[in-house]
Design a protein around this ligand. Structure first.
Ligand code: FAD
Length: 401
């Protein structure tokens, strides 16, 4: 049977973190196996356990701001008083995904300064991975942070592989930046492969179904009001070599009636167990954590270490007075997970991620700029319930309850 043609446009490929779950690749060849033939097993209809998506199962609504910089993450050394500070912030919607790659770059810069007793400011995705990489490179590391997991902004991320989500604007994607991004992306990708199959399933690959009422539907409409586009050539060139290709699922082989369905496969970060793993390794390596807030860069003088790596994320905006950091608001509705649901969905602008530490429903909006320059962190419950309702509409109403 011929596959349905569901278009994946450039906007699709740069959708937000949640949307990226559906886009980064695909693994399952429904139409043919290794020999190219169509086997009965390959044509078996998908058996997908329905999601119990009802508002009463929402456990929490979280909101946080992505630390977006038009020119990409800040990765440079600055002398502040007697200290040498390696700035390492501004990872937009890609912080978890790029953390190992960008952490390696920051580690190289910090280790090149000659000190072996190093402070890391911040304990989010970036601070934690950087701290571990510094330890692996032979440094003694102390983390100083105002908030620790699970209260960092990183704890409120969707939790999917999205290394090109709002990482910079197209105009700043120079050949040098692209080469750096490619290196960071590859390093991170391989680091995550080494974290598969561990107790608590911190990282896993998950199939996703992009469901649409129309063929060839763009997941995100192009921005037409003159705002500059986010960079997208980055992933076009590299991601297809990293992640499996997507494939149409013919009608009759999926449970979504006459709708158009495309399947892909992407990595999911179960952030609770993954963060615990990172913290455990940091402590096992002799790392120390001190809760401390820095109000101005002059406060850096108060730490014993001469070299500091500044991983303060969105916090750098006020700490460093760095208005190049632009908030991009994102809200998640979390829900009681089901042990038998291990597939993701995207439908009518809503992304569903089957995180084992709590399902995630996220409205990703009509365009890439959804939440742009919005620093409000007040939860929007009607939006959360609407998102849950959109995913629920894909399934028959429950027979009871
Ligand atoms: C809704 C949403 C969904 C997302 N989904 C994904 C995803 O699926 N995949 C992905 O890769 N990325 C995703 N992201 C992006 C990702 O979450 C961020 O890029 C990442 O969290 C940034 O990490 P960080 O460590 O730089 O910042 P943070 O997590 O904010 O950590 C900063 C640390 O610095 C500390 N700090 C800040 N200021 C100070 C100060 N003045 N003094 C002392 N300590 C300070 C904080 O307390 C904290 O410990 C998402 C973001 C949002 C908002």
């Amino acid at each position: 049977m011929k596959g349905l043609a569901v278009g994946v446009g450039r906007r699709d490929l740069l959708a937000g973190a949640g949307a990226a779950l559906m886009l980064a690749g695909c693994a399952v060849n429904v139409e043919g196996g290794r020999h190219g033939g169509v086997t009965e097993a390959a044509r078996s209809p998908l058996a997908l356990t329905p999601i119990r998506a009802t508002p009463d199962r929402i456990t929490r609504i979280t909101v946080c701001t992505r630390p977006f910089r038009a020119q990409g993450p800040r990765l440079e050394v600055e002398r502040i008083g007697q200290k040498l500070v390696v700035h390492h912030y501004g990872h937009g919607g890609s912080g978890w995904s790029l953390s190992w790659g960008t952490g390696l770059v920051a580690t190289e810069k910090a280790m090149a300064l000659g000190e072996r007793d190093i402070a890391v400011i911040g304990c989010g995705a970036i601070g934690l991975t950087t701290a571990l990489q510094l330890q692996r490179a032979g440094a003694k590391v102390t983390i100083y942070a105002k908030d620790l997991p699970p209260d960092t902004r990183s704890s409120f991320a969707t939790g999917v592989w999205s290394p090109d989500s709002r990482i910079c604007l197209e105009q700043y994607a120079t050949p040098e930046f692209k080469a750096l991004w490619a290196r960071m992306c590859l390093t991170s990708f391989q680091a995550y492969q080494s974290l598969l199959g561990l107790p608590g399933t911190p990282i896993e690959w998950v199939d996703n179904y992009n469901v649409s009422d129309q063929a060839n539907r763009e997941r995100h409409e192009p921005v037409t009001d003159g705002r500059p586009p986010f960079a997208d050539a980055l992933q076009h060139e590299l991601l297809p070599t990293l992640t499996p290709h997507s494939v149409d699922v013919p009608a009759g082989l999926h449970p979504f009636g006459a709708r158009f369905v495309r399947r892909n496969t992407n990595m999911v970060f179960n952030i609770s167990s993954y963060t615990r793993l990172l913290l455990d390794e940091f402590h096992a390596n002799g790392g120390r954590i001190e809760v401390r807030e820095f109000h101005t860069p002059a406060d850096f003088a108060g730490v014993a270490q001469k070299v500091l790596v500044n991983c303060t994320g969105y916090g750098a905006r006020s700490l460093m007075g760095d208005n190049s950091i632009i908030p991009v608001r994102g809200q998640l509705a979390r829900m009681i997970p089901q042990d038998d649901v291990h597939y993701g969905l995207f439908y009518n602008g809503v992304s569903f991620v089957p995180r084992r530490d709590g399902f995630v429903f996220q409205a990703v909006g009509p365009d890439d700029y959804y939440g742009y320059n919005d620093d409000s962190i007040v939860p929007d419950r009607p939006l959360a319930e609407q998102s849950v309702g959109i995913i629920a509409s894909l399934f028959p109403p429950p027979a009871f309850g």
